[in-house]
Design a binder for this molecule. Structure first.
Ligand code: SAM
Length: 200
């Protein structure tokens, strides 16, 4: 059986009991280097999850009869590997254990209601800023190409007023949450998610 497990934003205290149990019972763990560093253990085969997703699907298909756990950051179905696994294998062969997404965690820390939030991603894609800045509240997972600075520039060049709430390295010792006007946003942040608020 393949089980994709949401491990939350990183700190082990944010792992659900269901996630913990699945990881403890796994014969094979698949995940990014950072995630395997947290949960790999002696006697359990580990495979690094890299950009070759077609290769991963074939590798997993050959091991479906074993207890394979695929570690996904945050929630597996929110811009995560869970979507690809469910699309490829179907729900009959993949179990999904939800996790706390980085966006949920940031909203909890910053006291932002998740209601009516438009959730999107710039991770490996170019967002349509005209479309998304029409929403009063947008939450984005980002990457190193389009992050807080590029979002702030997109707001400024449209002459809009917004507040950016930036959550860096969430749940780690280096966690930092910023609440900034676009002109205050710096060029570089550690791994982050961003909430864009139209406060009127
Ligand atoms: C492939 S997406 C996965 C999102 C994940 N499924 C979720 O629900 O949070 C990876 C992005 O999630 C965000 N992310 C994941 N963990 C984070 C953390 N601890 N702190 C800040 N951002 C995080 C970053 O935007 C990162 O580039």
């Amino acid at each position: 059986m393949l089980t994709v497990v949401g491990i939350g934003p990183g700190h082990s205290s944010l792992l659900t009991l269901a996630a913990r149990d699945a990881i403890d019972q796994a014969a094979i763990l698949v995940g990014g280097k950072r995630h395997l560093g947290l949960y790999a253990r002696p006697g359990v085969e580990a495979r690094v999850l890299d950009a070759d997703l077609d290769g991963l699907m074939a590798w997993l298909a050959a091991r479906q009869h074993q207890s394979v756990v695929i570690l996904a950051s945050g929630d597996p179905l929110l811009y995560g590997i869970g979507n690809r696994l469910v699309a490829h294998f179907g729900l009959r062969d993949v179990a999904v254990i939800p996790g706390i997404s980085a966006i949920q965690y940031l909203c909890a820390r910053a006291g932002i209601a998740l209601n009516d939030t438009y959730i999107t991603s710039s991770h490996g894609r170019a967002p349509d800023f005209d479309q998304l800045l029409a929403y009063p509240k947008v939450a984005m997972v980002t990457d190193s190409v389009i992050g807080p600075y590029q979002i702030a520039q997109a707001i400024l060049c449209r002459g809009l007023r917004r507040t950016l709430v930036i959550g860096e390295a969430l749940s780690s010792g280096e966690e930092c949450i910023h609440r900034l006007a676009p002109e205050q946003v710096a060029q570089h942040y550690a791994m982050n998610v961003v909430v864009i608020l139209n406060e009127g």
